[in-house]
Design a protein around this ligand. Structure first.
Ligand SMILES: C[S@@+](CC[C@H](N)C(=O)[O-])C[C@H]1O[C@@H](n2cnc3c(N)ncnc32)[C@H](O)[C@@H]1O
Length: 403
């Protein structure tokens, strides 16, 4: 997580920089640039783009995108007969020589996006949260888990809109993909965050994103001077093969999932996972000293599970010629005794109504109550600059065990 210099800018300029960092389409950037210039891309707007976007783009920035944006920007200014800033021409000329448009075809499919959550003035001391995320240009890479899907943006907005729901809670996410939701949970100080996915390349990418945000697994994050340690753990968890025992030891207060309801073949397995975790009553979870045997078991399970994950990732890395940072094995636990059972919050774009109805049917058979919260709660729009994100398409559901 990083806070960049967006604070002193007015909303149109903040939106322009945020859209650039999130790699929104060049056409959309130009629309935002016109707003900044009162209808056209004036010389001062070009100067702003140079100072705050192009010249600030570090080596991690995807250069074919910069090249495309510059090309469109220069063409737009030239079409109005206005003066084009010399720096923009020079940079574009450099890219013409050094940057090929077919980088993607050469296998360079990962890019670094920065998602800026912009808080309303009266909402928070921190006015924004900028989350760098490595993701794929290919939507299908990592069984779809290497891209940022709209439901995880919405679920993140939900978490940041209602931090009190998640703060101090032990949270578990299924199908976490790039890990954005977990990063937001850490930001609002969930007591424990367990992310999971059934795809190893997504898990490897998720770990890298936790590193980028200084939230890696067992390194933890020391927040401010209060030294609150936030643990973000990655777990290899294919729904089909997850054992009842490994699901039972997680014992979260809250379960999350974004864009995980789309494959009818996976739905019964997903429901099985949800129902095992949701049906855990926490009456039997106590403070660690009263339950040292259970804690001991859980610690052993965590270590074994971590070793298994590391083994899978090592195999995956060696197969793919990658090297990933491995973390130490420390595990810290925070038990939250809760009288009620856990609740799941699932965000979803309903792309196929039959698939979604099938999800509802299987959920009902498993004694799960699914409630549509979409119209009942007001989630803050923290990504107003993101044209590619159609938040109205995303529904939010709560799910609880009623058996
Ligand atoms: C559409 S992506 C959503 C990723 C992320 N939650 C987001 O919204 O950006 C679906 C995710 O679910 C994971 N997934 C799909 N089927 C799964 C299964 N059977 N077991 C575990 N994870 C699965 C995929 O690997 C992928 O990360």
């Amino acid at each position: 997580m990083a806070n960049t210099e967006l604070t002193h800018l007015d909303p149109p300029h903040t939106h322009l920089v945020s859209a650039f960092l999130a790699m929104e389409s060049p056409d959309w950037l130009l629309s935002l640039a016109r707003v900044c210039g009162g209808g056209s891309v004036t010389e001062s707007v070009q100067r702003f783009i140079w100072d705050h976007c192009i010249s600030k783009a570090d080596g991690n920035f995807y250069r074919p995108y910069l090249k495309r944006f510059l090309k469109k920007l220069i063409a737009e200014v030239e079409s109005t007969g206005a003066y084009v800033l010399e720096e923009l021409y020079e940079q574009y000329a450099t890219f013409m020589i050094s940057v090929k448009d077919d980088d993607m075809a050469k296998g360079l499919s990962k890019i670094l996006k920065r998602v800026s959550f912009l808080f309303p003035d009266d909402c928070s001391k921190s006015k924004k949260l900028v989350v760098p995320l490595q993701c794929s240009l290919n939507l299908l890479e990592g069984d779809t888990g290497c891209s940022i899907w709209p439901s995880s943006l919405f679920l993140s907005e939900f978490i940041l809109s209602f931090p009190e729901i998640f703060s101090g809670k032990s949270c578990f996410e299924v199908g976490s993909g790039v890990g954005l939701v977990g990063i937001c949970l850490a930001h609002v100080r969930a007591s424990k965050v367990t992310l999971s996915d059934g795809d190893l390349s997504s898990l490897a990418n998720m770990r890298l994103n936790l590193d980028l945000n200084q939230l890696n697994l067992n390194i933890g994050l020391l927040q401010s001077t209060t030294e609150v340690r936030i643990l973000v753990k990655c777990k290899y968890l294919p729904w089909e093969s997850a054992s009842e025992y490994e699901l039972q030891v997680i014992m979260p207060d809250l379960i999350l999932g974004a864009d995980v309801i789309y494959d009818p073949l996976c739905i019964p397995h997903l429901i099985r996972v949800l129902s095992i975790v949701l049906s855990q009553r926490k009456a039997h979870s106590h403070a660690p000293d009263e339950n040292s045997e259970h804690l001991h078991d859980e610690k052993i399970a965590d270590c074994e599970e971590q070793e298994t994950l590391d083994k899978h990732l090592r195999e995956f890395d060696s197969m793919n010629g990658m090297s990933l940072c491995t973390s130490d094995r420390s595990s810290d636990h925070c038990f939250q005794a809760s009288k009620q059972g856990p609740v799941a919050y699932i965000a979803s774009v309903i792309r196929n109504i039959d698939t979604f109805n099938y999800f509802l049917t299987v959920a009902e058979q498993a004694d799960l109550t699914v409630t549509d919260l979409s119209e009942k709660i007001q989630v803050l729009n923290l990504l107003p600059y993101m044209q590619s994100y159609q938040r109205s398409n995303v529904k939010l559901f709560s799910i609880s065990y009623s058996g």
